[in-house]
Design a protein around this ligand. Structure first.
Ligand SMILES: C[S@@+](CC[C@H](N)C(=O)[O-])C[C@H]1O[C@@H](n2cnc3c(N)ncnc32)[C@H](O)[C@@H]1O
Length: 195
């Protein structure tokens, strides 16, 4: 476990009430949920679980992974209030060294988190016809939050480059975020595994 990441994120969640409060699920998830066949889902870097809870409330069984024990504890408290505990499996995981199982998930979502090593592995973790959604921040001179480590920011046009002819890109766009603390440019992609 990367202790540094764990300490950093636990501290962020403990010190910032806003991060722990209710937040809407990703609009891309809401838009494409009905395109998913099957009910097994993976939420990568789930945080306090806005996407996990939405998936569980819509009939998915979700593996929810994050390095922050504080965030996962908050998710557990939310889920006890709003959904059936049995459908969410939280796991304290360091994604720096995580490999998802092959051909397992009908839906995978990763929002506001970037680990380039993981993207091809997530694509392989989809079942046939499975859907992967990635939505996160990109480099832009007009981003309000300055000084972000560019390792964690996408370059223009980057997300589609990870997918070959075995995947269909159902949606790709670059856009300004909505309803977050800082105005930031983002990329979103929705990909379907064809074979
Ligand atoms: C900005 S939050 C995004 C949370 C959620 N996906 C969302 O969109 O609301 C980034 C999350 O990544 C998690 N994270 C950062 N580094 C990680 C790592 N190495 N392994 C697992 N999770 C990590 C943090 O704990 C945090 O919950």
């Amino acid at each position: 476990m990367s202790q540094q990441d764990q300490v950093k994120w636990d501290k962020k969640y403990t010190e910032n009430d806003k991060l722990l409060g209710f937040r809407e699920a990703s609009p891309l998830l809401k838009q494409f949920l009905t395109s998913v066949q099957g009910s097994k889902a993976l939420d990568i870097a789930c945080g306090t679980g806005r996407n996990t809870l939405y998936l569980a409330q819509n009939g998915f069984e979700v593996d929810a992974l994050d390095i922050s024990a504080v965030a996962l504890q908050e998710l557990t408290q939310h889920m006890q209030k709003v959904t059936d505990l049995a459908f969410i499996h939280t796991q304290l995981v360091d994604l720096d060294s995580y490999t998802p199982p092959l051909s397992t998930y009908d839906m995978i979502i990763q929002t506001n988190f970037l680990d380039r090593r993981l993207i091809p592995l997530l694509a392989q973790a989809l079942t046939k016809n499975g859907i992967l959604i990635i939505e996160t921040y990109m480099i832009d001179p007009e981003n309000e939050k300055k000084g972000s480590n560019e390792t964690y920011l996408l370059k223009a046009g980057e997300l589609p480059t990870y997918f070959d002819e075995h995947y269909e890109i159902l949606f790709y766009d670059e856009f300004w975020n909505q309803g977050e603390n800082y105005r930031m440019r983002k990329q979103g992609i929705v990909v379907k595994r064809l074979s």
